[in-house]
Design a protein around this ligand. Structure first.
Ligand SMILES: Cc1cc2nc3c(=O)[nH]c(=O)nc-3n(C[C@H](O)[C@H](O)[C@H](O)COP(=O)(O)O)c2cc1C
Length: 499
């Protein structure tokens, strides 16, 4: 067994300017982005979202929302699924068309699938359901209460409803080859965050579980685990209805696994199989914390600059209606360099990330956040450290680094015109040594979750936002003279865009 498989994978899937080869896409073999279960009973979800107005910013604060959920029914569950992932717009291209969704996805390849294991609620009998995103519906793929199987596989507790997020590997590896596992995880994080916000919108508390027995869970899902694998579970406690129904027998999973195939000729990337296997072993017990603020102790703050305190998060603002924001969230790259980001918007953007990065589950992964400030009213351009312990931003290097970073991001020049870049990185060696290879999944899922928050927060502020997973890894770290042990995981650009 290799010593640090996650670090090895991250290095192996790094981009290097001198080693980029062209990779023509095989359009004849383009993977389908819609999984089908023909023959399964279909429960259509009405497209209309019925919910009291709620600001997206309120949803970012669990303490404001997670109490007294209404009784769970199919209608409500359908609304939650719809909010988690819905089609929002269409574009044509030379080889066909793309339907965009309320979640961002690397290359719009949408590798993720969403399922729910339900013990039986009003309007829906016990079973495993696949969420059909096109013509929204829950499609029953297995009958019976599968929760005991899942609970044995993950930590036992009284949770009743379990959502499962999976990724179909070939959908992204068709284009991104070995690097695709990064995107399977980041994309899953985006979907996970959307699901958690949807649950919170209806006052449900939820718990993300990434440390489960992979084989058992994939068996319950009945996927072909070489092609598709569950990457995260979300457990939601609710008050079950009085038991009136007789128990539904568990149906066999015959034939379901072939549904994980999404193209006629699929290529299996050994690198992806290997890293997925390596991250399938449990987190090391007695999970240690990877120290985050230690990272910044290597930097001396720029002399004469006082730390910026992070302002408390914004609460209600009617332009930020949550379903509207979801519908209008898109990747926007048409940044305008002559309009600085306002101080108040900058504070909101910081607080969106700061709260999450400081939360125990994220902080224990050593997920570290830095800001590259280009054009923000009243803020000197430079590289700022987000210090979670004292909730402050500290200037650690003065200067405008955005166009250098754009160069390091495969020369995506539009990045140079954004107001800020938000960088998410970690020290993978320290992470793996502390919690094992599975920590890689957790930290990438966490980065994806932050990415989705930033997208939604930016949309609510009528700012542009675009995620960037494509960068020359070493160059990106060198731009900021970060220590060699730093691994950049994800970058997001935010700022005013052309109206
Ligand atoms: C993990 C991830 C990586 C991405 N990397 C890039 C990138 O390097 N460059 C870019 O222009 N867009 C990038 N995007 C944005 C996607 O291209 C975009 O989400 C997708 O085309 C769907 O469009 P939409 O976000 O407008 O719905 C990335 C998105 C995700 C989730």
């Amino acid at each position: 067994m290799m010593q640090n498989p996650a670090l090895h994978y991250h290095q192996l899937s790094s981009y290097e300017r001198s080693k980029m080869d062209s990779h023509a896409l095989d359009w004849e073999n383009e993977p389908s982005v819609y999984k089908e279960y023909p023959g399964g009973e279909v429960f259509p979800i009405p497209l209309e979202v019925k919910m009291p107005p709620v600001s997206v910013f309120e949803l970012f604060q669990p303490q404001l929302r997670e109490e007294n959920p209404p009784p769970l029914s199919f209608d409500l569950l359908g609304q939650i699924m719809l909010l988690a992932e819905m089609l929002t717009g269409r574009a044509r291209h030379a080889n066909g068309e793309i339907w965009f969704r309320s979640v961002a996805s690397a290359g719009a390849l949408y590798p993720c699938e969403l399922y729910v294991a339900c013990p039986g609620i009003a309007g829906l009998s016990a079973g495993l359901y696949h969420y059909r995103v096109k013509k929204p519906a829950l499609v029953q793929i297995r009958t019976g209460n599968l929760l005991p199987e899942l609970f044995e596989a993950s930590a036992p507790d009284e949770s009743r409803l379990v959502f499962l997020v999976s990724a179909i590997f070939f959908r992204s590896s068709w284009k991104y080859r070995d690097r695709a596992y990064r995107y399977h995880l980041l994309d899953s994080g985006h979907l996970l965050e959307n699901l958690l916000l949807a649950l919170r919108a209806f006052s449900f508390a939820a718990q993300v579980e990434s440390n489960f027995d992979d084989q058992r869970v994939n068996d319950v899902l009945a996927v072909d685990s070489r092609r598709e694998a569950c990457l995260a579970l979300v457990r939601v406690p609710f008050t079950p209805p009085a038991a009136t129904e007789t128990a539904v027998p568990l149906s066999p999973a015959d034939g379901l696994s072939r549904r994980s195939q999404v193209a006629a000729r699929e290529k299996f990337y050994e690198t992806i199989q290997q890293i997925h296997q390596a991250t399938s072993s449990s987190l090391l017990s007695g999970r240690k914390k990877v120290p985050v603020d230690d990272f910044w102790s290597r930097y001396r703050p720029v002399a004469g600059q006082s730390d910026k305190e992070i302002a408390p998060p914004v609460t209600v603002n009617e332009v930020c209606s949550y379903p509207d924001v979801l519908l209008h969230r898109r990747s926007r790259r048409n940044f305008v360099s002559d309009e600085p980001l306002s101080t108040s918007s900058f504070h909101v953007v910081i607080s969106l990330v700061a709260e999450a990065v400081a939360s125990p589950s994220f902080a224990s992964l050593g997920l570290t956040c830095g800001f590259l400030v280009g054009s923000v009213a009243g803020t000197e351009p430079g590289f700022y450290a987000l210090k979670t312990a004292d909730q402050s931003l500290t200037l650690v290097a003065a200067g405008n680094f955005l166009s250098h970073m754009a160069h390091a991001c495969l020369d995506q020049r539009w990045l140079g015109k954004a107001a800020v870049h938000i960088l998410l990185f970690t020290d993978l060696t320290a992470l793996e040594n502390a919690v094992g290879a599975r920590g890689y999944r957790d930290v990438m899922l966490a980065a994806g979750r932050l990415g989705q928050r930033l997208y939604l927060g930016a949309a609510a502020l009528e700012l542009g936002c675009c995620a960037v997973g494509a960068f020359y890894d070493r160059e990106a770290v060198e731009v900021l003279e970060l220590p060699e042990s730093t691994n950049l995981l994800y970058l997001l650009a935010v700022g005013p865009v052309k109206k």
